[in-house]
Design a protein around this ligand. Structure first.
Ligand code: NI
Length: 133
């Protein structure tokens, strides 16, 4: 693909952050890092639409905290039509890892993910989606 050069003006701090992002993620140069960031953001924007996509929601939480399991279960039942399966791993005495495989309209998966990750006490959560067609 043809490449067009253009110049970008950035504050010093932002440029330093870009360089450290490029280094820690193994990008060869700033152009590659920028390309990745731009593509990622534009693809994510497309996810906010009605395209049918497949993906996974990954959550880490302490199951001793505040009915997380029952809240998560209630939410998942409201979205049974887009949940393919879920796996629960007890990582330690307290910590749980849950991986929920999903397929459906991107906007609905985002809504489900926001509700689950928004449960108070969830330590970490992430939705990954990719085109399913
Ligand atoms: Ni567990």
């Amino acid at each position: 693909m043809a490449v067009t050069r253009f110049s970008v003006s950035l504050e010093k701090e932002l440029l330093e952050e870009l360089d450290s992002f490029a280094e820690s993620n193994g990008f060869a140069n700033r152009s590659q890092a920028l390309r990745h960031l731009i593509e990622k953001n534009i693809v994510e924007e497309k996810w906010q639409c009605n395209n049918v996509v497949a993906g996974a929601i990954v959550m880490i939480y302490d199951h001793h905290k505040k009915d997380i399991d029952s809240k998560s279960n209630d939410i998942q039942h409201d979205y049974f039509d887009v949940i393919l399966s879920s796996q629960h791993y007890h990582l330690s005495h307290e910590i749980c890892l849950e991986i929920i495989a999903v397929r459906g309209q991107a906007s609905r998966l985002t809504e489900l993910s926001d509700k689950l990750i928004g449960i108070k006490g969830i330590k970490h959560g992430k939705l990954v989606m990719s085109k399913s067609t």
